[in-house]
Design a protein around this ligand. Sequence first.
Ligand code: ATP
Ligand code: MG
Length: 178
Amino acid sequence: MAVVELRNIVKRFGRVTAVDGVSLRIGDGEFYILLGPSGCGKTTTLRIIAGLEYPDEGKVLIDGVDVTNTEPKDRDVAMVFQNYALYPHMTVYDNIAFPLMIRRKKLGLTRSEIRERVMEVAKMLRIEDLLSRKPGQLSGGQQQRVALARALVRRPKVWLMDEPLSNLDALLRGSRRS
Ligand SMILES: Nc1ncnc2c1ncn2[C@@H]1O[C@H](COP(=O)(O)OP(=O)(O)OP(=O)(O)O)[C@@H](O)[C@H]1O
Ligand SMILES: [Mg+2]
């Protein structure tokens, strides 16, 4: 994991100021929650950390490196979206393996190493019995856990989750066991 710092972040959409001077520091390995009313800028703040939006003012640092203008693919940040967008035509296994399969050469992973990593996160999130199903055959909470697994399998430096509350019980159970 990594240290994430926001320094005086401002983001405007036309006349709306979505994020108004936010500064925070999230320590290495820390679990940090943004809590606030609808429209207060939580999703926008996460998108700025991921690099999906660029701030009008302020800086984003990851491990002390200024990534304010770095593209998302070069940040090693994974984000699970509010609507978790799984690939409907792929099995749960293939959905989770996908981020590793597309980077297989770059990461130097064999298919059996990918299989091991998929099985590890599937076990942690208790979806190992669902691996051959398609997303349409899962409950909402199960789909969310598949989306979490797909983000975790990359072992990113920074892991962002939008609206994760319904997953917390599964996650906490997982960490208590490990
Ligand atoms: N692309 C956009 N264009 C214009 N306005 C936007 C855009 N994205 C967000 N906003 C506005 O910015 C403000 C913050 O939105 P954001 O999605 O960050 O809120 P939020 O805290 O995640 O809310 P919620 O709890 O409802 O998900 C809102 O007023 C929203 O309407
Ligand atoms: Mg939101």
